[in-house]
Design a protein around this ligand. Structure first.
Ligand SMILES: [Zn+2]
Length: 230
């Protein structure tokens, strides 16, 4: 089906069970296998997060960053727009953004960056972040002595424009640590009450309330988890 003039462009619309894929008719193709991967990831995340009966995801597959800026006004490879239940992406399958929609979709807001991105990196791309598994990133940061303390990592103000390559894998490492140590139910509870505007102290308070453990002690466990001498 051809759709005209959405964002002043022509689109091919391909529907699957949970997605409406809007594809530029020019040179982008989408394979059945890709549709199935997106469906599988969506269903898996819904199950994991214990949510169902969501709206269909509107998925815009864009040609390049230029087109992304034109359509969305952001220079990014992907973005999950919570209010519209929409994904804008340069990739036909973008599990990171689908994960954002599922985990943040029900609450229609983002938790503090460390949790919001941590969960999307941890459950997103199968091969981790930027083609490397979280474990590989951890080993690299250990070698480079670049392990970020929780006081910095959980503070939204620490994140700068160029922080992504170091912060994103460590956000995922923290989420992985938290789920391993305290369980998915407690992580989901934390994710639910956390707000993107929370200060470090507010985040720390919420973590302490949910785990029943002082943040200083959690920091210690976190460092043990990375196997660094205190
Ligand atoms: Zn993200």
């Amino acid at each position: 089906m051809m759709i005209k003039n959405k964002f002043n462009k022509e689109w091919r619309l391909i529907k699957s069970r949970h997605f409406d894929f809007f594809i530029r008719p020019t040179d982008r193709k989408i394979k059945m296998a890709t549709l199935n991967k997106a469906e599988r990831h969506y269903v898996k995340m819904n199950k994991l997060w214990g949510v169902s009966n969501r709206k269909k995801i509107t998925y815009y597959l864009l040609a390049d960053r230029e087109e992304m800026i034109e359509v969305l006004g952001k220079n990014t490879s992907g973005f999950a727009k919570l209010d519209d239940c929409a994904v804008y992406s340069l990739y036909p399958f973008h599990p990171h953004e689908i994960t954002h929609l599922v985990t943040n979709g029900g609450i229609k807001r983002r938790p503090v960056l460390a949790l919001s991105e941590g969960v999307a990196v941890f459950y997103g791309w199968k091969n981790g972040w930027d083609g490397k598994s979280i474990e590989k990133w951890q080993n690299l940061f250990k070698r480079q002595n670049k392990i970020i303390r929780l006081k910095i990592l959980l503070d939204k103000n620490s994140f700068k424009n160029n922080s992504e390559p170091v912060f994103y894998p460590q956000y995922a490492a923290f989420v992985k640590f938290f789920i391993k140590k305290f369980g998915l139910a407690k992580f989901k509870a934390l994710h639910k009450v956390s707000l993107s505007t929370d200060s470090f102290n507010q985040t720390a308070e919420k973590i302490e309330k949910i785990t029943g453990i002082k943040l200083s002690e959690i920091e210690q466990k976190y460092r043990q988890y990375w196997r660094i001498a205190n």
